[in-house]
Design a protein around this ligand. Structure first.
Ligand SMILES: Cc1ncc(COP(=O)(O)O)c(C=O)c1O
Length: 329
């Protein structure tokens, strides 16, 4: 392997299987037309089947990022927003751009757990509470069913749980959407399914939220190649679960080996690891060696890095570069 390796965007390092590529390719012949209701309907059905939420509660979009943006915008017109800190940087960036009151609830150090009671207090009067669980950048699963129940029952607003890394955690609260009309769960096919370049995201939500977003339903739809590839990917769940198992195994190996070098590695339920090294500007030093990791220095001291789990070969290069920078004066 030569050149730069990119372990900074939490992508899957494995390409999609042939049937997924073929489905996208085949659909290209018809891209003079917009995606049809039939194609989008088929995707919704396949997603409903996969996630267990009722088909009428599933909303599809070209990625979760755009959905998060629209939901933040929608609820910011109704009142304050509560986010956690740290969180997926897009959530913080969009929330702060909306001109509404944004309250940040800091995860409790050293383990980055969710301070539930303070969060419940703040959530009571907020229009929207957004929690990515598993959390980016810490990798930690933050919510259990009990905390969802308490948050939904005590809040007058809506709770948005972003489960973009669900498959790596193997824990979901998406089934609770049918019990709580103020719960929204978002998920993506950019991570475990390895379709980041096609941007397919979805959410399960109650009737009122779906009605509020209905005017944007057509504008937010995935493209035809994205929808067709996603449907094909959902027919081959085994391919995805094998990759998730591979990534999870590698994650534990990288964690073990980095820990043995004296690096503090945080437990993760995702396809990435948050680490605290002994080196200032660790991300920059790795980049100088051709390994690009996410630099979370706007949220943490510059000793921290967030590294995506790649192929075993990519992970080996990361580990040897890490070893090199740790040996620096
Ligand atoms: C928590 C979280 N949500 C959403 C996304 C983006 O998802 P999508 O590619 O579907 O826009 C990411 C990507 O890194 C993420 O970390």
């Amino acid at each position: 392997m030569s050149g730069i390796i990119e372990l900074n965007r939490n992508e899957l390092s494995y390409p999609p299987p042939a049937n997924v590529i073929e489905a996208a390719r085949k659909s290209l012949q018809g891209v003079n037309r917009y995606a049809t209701i039939r194609e989008i309907g088929e995707l919704k059905r396949a997603l409903s089947n996969y996630c267990g939420a009722a088909e009428e509660s599933v909303f599809v979009a070209s990625g979760v990022e755009i959905l998060l943006g629209q939901l933040l915008q929608l609820f910011s017109r109704r009142g304050g927003i509560v986010i956690i800190d740290p969180t997926f940087f897009i959530i913080a960036r969009v929330a702060e751009s909306l001109g509404t009151k944004v309250l940040k609830v800091r995860l409790t150090t050293p383990s980055f757990s969710l301070p539930l009671e303070p969060l419940i207090d703040e959530a009571r009067s907020a229009a929207l509470v957004v929690i990515d669980s598993p959390n980016n950048p810490t990798g930690r699963l933050l919510l259990d069913r009990g905390s969802i129940r308490r948050l939904c029952e005590s809040s007058s607003g809506v709770l948005l749980v972003d489960e973009s890394y669900y498959e790596f955690a193997d824990f979901s609260v998406i089934d609770m959407v049918k019990d709580y009309t103020n719960l929204i769960v978002t998920r993506t096919m950019s991570k475990a399914f390895g379709l980041a370049g096609l941007k397919v995201g979805y959410m399960a939500a109650g009737e009122a939220v779906l009605r509020d977003l209905s005017s944007l339903e057509v504008a937010l739809r995935p493209t035809t190649p994205s929808a067709c590839a996603a449907v094909a990917a959902l027919k081959d769940i085994k391919y995805m679960t094998n990759n998730v198992a591979l990534v999870s195994e590698e994650r534990e190996r990288v964690s073990r080996e980095a820990s043995a070098m004296g690096v503090e590695v945080y437990p993760s339920s995702t396809n990435f690891l948050l680490m605290r090294t002994s080196q200032a500007n660790a991300a920059r030093k790795l980049k100088e060696r051709g390994v690009v990791v996410f630099d979370p220095s706007n949220q943490f001291p510059s000793q921290f890095i967030r590294v995506s789990i790649g192929t075993p070969e990519e992970n080996d290069i990361f580990l040897s570069s890490l070893k090199e920078i740790l040996a620096m004066e």
